[in-house]
Design a protein. Structure first.
Length: 152
């Protein structure tokens, strides 16, 4: 049997997973996929339609491409962005199969709470939307798998 060598890939993937998550959640909140539901747009036009500052906008859109959430033709100022089949079906508000509302809620309500997980584990005090609830109920905000959810 071959000796197994340490590998940090999984640890780093989990530890930095919030980067991909927040990129997607911000794109949903900004309406990127809904704007692109009308058709592909050049970077400058998309940036303007979304009200994004020029600094970082192309990097943000390219991050969505790298995550497989947008398609891109061309490079630099000539870049044209479009929804993928999946984002067009599930993240364009005009689609009958839109699921972006749950992601927007996750970004606005759950994401900030999870940012305080270490504090909650130390203090046991409820945080954010759990504030004011019975203390025995506060763990539900940090354990989605207890409710039967198969996905984090």
């Amino acid at each position: 049997m071959a000796e197994k060598h340490p590998d940090s890939f999984q640890i780093m993937q989990i530890g930095t997973g919030f980067l991909a998550s927040k990129t997607l959640l911000s794109a949903v909140e900004l309406g990127v996929f809904t704007v692109l539901g009308a058709g592909p747009l050049p970077c400058a036009a998309l940036r303007e339609r979304l009200g994004l500052h020029p600094r970082g906008a192309a990097d943000f859109l390219d991050a969505l491409v790298a995550l497989g959430l947008l398609d891109r033709e061309g490079d630099g100022e000539a870049s044209v962005y479009a929804n993928t089949v999946d984002t067009g079906a599930y993240l364009d508000k005009a689609s009958p199969t839109y699921i972006g509302s749950i992601l927007a809620m996750a970004s606005q309500r759950l994401y900030p709470s999870w940012g305080h997980l270490t504090e909650v584990l130390h203090t046991g005090r409820p945080h954010n939307e759990a504030q004011g609830e019975d203390e025995t109920n506060c763990s539900q905000h940090f354990t989605p798998t207890r409710s039967g959810s198969k996905h984090l």
